[in-house]
Design a protein around this ligand. Structure first.
Ligand code: TA6
Length: 296
C-alpha cells in the first residue's frame, strides 16, 4: 500500500489496509460517529452513529477485490446506471482505484475526505472520454454528506448517468417503509419498465422491488420500525431516486449476497438515472446527498 500517512489527522483520519488489503480511510467525529471509505471505487462501506451503531448494510458475502464491486455501503455508479448501455453494469468507477486528494478537519469536529478519479487506460478502453470525477464525504455528529462532482476535461461532449447506490441497514424489512415518493412517476423494472404515478403514501416490501422514481422530491425518509430509527435523505442536483430490495429469488442468484440478507437491507439511491446528463467540454456537474438517522 502506498504511503498515505500524510493525509492522516490524529484522532480524525486514519488510513489502513482494509478487507482484501484494499486501502481504507477511517473518519472519526468527537461525538462518536464514524465512517469508512475504500479508495477502491471511492466506496463508503460504513457509517456509524454516535452510539457506534452501524447504519449501512454490508454483505457478509461481499467481494474485496480490485476487479469486483463491494456489496453494500454506497457503490458509486457512473457514467452508466444498471445495464442501460454498453459499459459494465453500473459503469466502471466502482471497480477503479481512486486517488486520495485530501482530508480536512472542519469546524465542530466535522471531518471530510476527497477522492478523485480521472480517465486511465482501463476507462479509455471502455469509454473514450476524458473526465475528472470527485467524491467528497463529510462526516458530522448526525449526518453524512456526499458531494459528487464530474467534469468533462476532454474536447468532446459526453453524457452520463449517476447513482449513489446506498444500502441502508434495516432491522426487519417487513416493518420498513420508504416515505415521500407519493405521486411521483415510477419506472418499474419488474413490469417491463412500466411508467405510472405511485399512489401509495409509503412503499412497503413483500416482494422484489426495483423502481426508478423520476424527478423525485428532494427530501424523503426510510422508516425502520423494528429498530425504532428513521433515515432522512436530502438530495440536490440529483433528480431521481431508486428503491430496490432483491427479495428471495434474486438474493439467491447473487453470489456476493447472503440468501437471507434481503431481510435486513433496503437500497434507496439518489442520482440521475432516468435521463442522461450531457456535459460540454469544460462543463462541470455537481450533485449532493445528505443522510441522517434519528432514533425514536
Ligand atoms: O439499483 C437497482 C439495481 O439496478 C438492481 O436492478 C440490481 O441489479 C442492483 O442495482 C444491484 O446491481 P449490482 O450490479 O450491484 O448487483
Amino acid at each position: 500500500m502506498k504511503d498515505l500517512s500524510r493525509f492522516e489527522i490524529h484522532g480524525a483520519v486514519a488510513i489502513t489496509p482494509g478487507n482484501g488489503g484494499l486501502p481504507k480511510v477511517a473518519l472519526k467525529h468527537p461525538s462518536g460517529s464514524s465512517a469508512e471509505i475504500y479508495l477502491h471505487g471511492a466506496h463508503v462501506t460504513s457509517w456509524r452513529d454516535g452510539r457506534g451503531e452501524e447504519l449501512f448494510f454490508l454483505s457478509r458475502e461481499s467481494n474485496w477485490a480490485a476487479d469486483k464491486p463491494i456489496r453494500g455501503g454506497i457503490p458509486v455508479c457512473w457514467p452508466q446506471f444498471g445495464g442501460q448501455g454498453t459499459l459494465p453494469q453500473h459503469g466502471f468507477v466502482r471497480t477503479n482505484p481512486w486517488t486520495l486528494a485530501g482530508t480536512e478537519e472542519l469546524p465542530g469536529g466535522n471531518v471530510a475526505v476527497t477522492l478523485r478519479l480521472s480517465e486511465n487506460d482501463a476507462t479509455l478502453k471502455l469509454w473514450p472520454h476524458r473526465f475528472e470525477f470527485e467524491l467528497r464525504v463529510t462526516l458530522s455528529a448526525s449526518s453524512l454528506r456526499l458531494g459528487a462532482q464530474a467534469g468533462n476535461t476532454g474536447d468532446q461532449p459526453f453524457e452520463f448517468q449517476i447513482a449513489l447506490h446506498t444500502y441502508f441497514t434495516i432491522a426487519d424489512i417487513h416493518r420498513a417503509a420508504v416515505r415521500g415518493l407519493q405521486g411521483t412517476t415510477m419506472i418499474d423494472a419488474l413490469r417491463e419498465n412500466a411508467r405510472e404515478a405511485d399512489a401509495q403514501p409509503e412503499i412497503r416490501f413483500d416482494r422484489e422491488t426495483d423502481r426508478v422514481y423520476v424527478s423525485a422530491p428532494d427530501t424523503l425518509s426510510i422508516r425502520d420500525e423494528a429498530a425504532g430509527r428513521t433515515f432522512a435523505i436530502r438530495k440536490s442536483g440529483m433528480s431521481d431516486v431508486v428503491v430496490w430490495n432483491p427479495w428471495i429469488a434474486k438474493s439467491q442468484r447473487m453470489p456476493d449476497f447472503g440468501d437471507d440478507e434481503y431481510l435486513r437491507m433496503v437500497c434507496v439511491e439518489t442520482g440521475n438515472m432516468a435521463n442522461r446528463i450531457r456535459l460540454a467540454p469544460g462543463q462541470p456537474w455537481r450533485g449532493e446527498t445528505v443522510l441522517s438517522a434519528v432514533r425514536d
